[in-house]
Design a protein around this ligand. Structure first.
Ligand SMILES: Nc1ncnc2c1ncn2[C@@H]1O[C@H](COP(=O)(O)OP(=O)(O)OP(=O)(O)O)[C@@H](O)[C@H]1O
Ligand SMILES: [Mg+2]
Length: 212
């Protein structure tokens, strides 16, 4: 059965688009899942990444890409479910009640947070929204500096909010930035390396949760 992952976070720049592209690539290339990205962000960053990807890979690209408005995404995702094993919805920052449709359609809501107090404050409302819709939530600590004490604070924040967090923590790594700029992702640019390993490990965790 087809599954929908929504990546959401009020705070801009928390890594939603980067995580959407990186997870989609692993599901498609490594797990042979028919994967569609649905971009609901009018900024269109994922679309730009995808266009660059098509130019680079031509018919070797295996990921499908669609856009929709926040309110139209629920209908679009339902239609896409017929031909996708997995649909990843990227969302704009600052979503509020207008984000309800993309939360409602989700089997899993991934909420990226940087280990920073400002991100913790910004995250509470999206957690509440997903909780009200009784959705499975996975907080994902992104752009972490392994030596920073803030990681422990992020873990404490997640515990206090009574939600689950991914065992995988994504480091603050240049490979995530540089690969996206080429229409690619960490697993395509690194044969070995921490960025690659982190994304593979995250994708495995997500597949276990979704049972796919
Ligand atoms: N793990 C990481 N390590 C280093 N840089 C990262 C990481 N994750 C994201 N970035 C960088 O942080 C910036 C913001 O990331 P991204 O665009 O994915 O966030 P976003 O949540 O989609 O932003 P927006 O809210 O504007 O849509 C980008 O420049 C991206 O390359
Ligand atoms: Mg984005």
């Amino acid at each position: 059965m087809s599954k929908v992952i929504t990546i959401a976070q009020q705070k801009g720049g928390s890594g939603k688009t980067t995580i959407a592209a990186n997870l989609a690539t692993v599901f498609s290339l490594k797990n042979n899942l028919h994967t569609t990205i649905l971009d609901t962000d009018p900024q269109g960053s994922l679309g730009k990444w995808f266009m660059m990807r098509l130019e680079k890979l031509k018919d070797k690209n295996t990921i499908q890409f669609k856009t929709a408005s926040l309110w139209g995404a629920q209908y679009e995702a339902k239609t896409l479910k017929e031909k996708s094993d997995i649909i990843i919805i990227d969302t704009p920052p600052k979503i509020d009640a207008d984000g309800r449709p993309v939360i409602q359609i989700a089997d899993l809501v991934i909420i990226p947070i940087s280990p920073s107090q400002v991100d913790f404050w910004a995250t509470e409302s999206i957690i509440e929204l997903a909780k009200r819709e009784k959705k499975e939530i996975l907080i994902l600590i992104n752009r972490a500096n392994a030596k920073s004490k803030l990681i422990q604070e992020a873990i404490k924040f997640v515990k206090d909010m009574n939600v689950s967090s991914a065992k995988t923590i994504l480091g603050n790594r240049q490979i995530f930035v540089s690969s996206m700029g080429m229409g690619l992702t960490a697993v395509e640019k690194q044969r070995t390396g921490k960025g690659r390993l982190e994304i593979l490990s995250l994708a495995k965790e997500v597949r276990t949760i979704l049972n796919i």
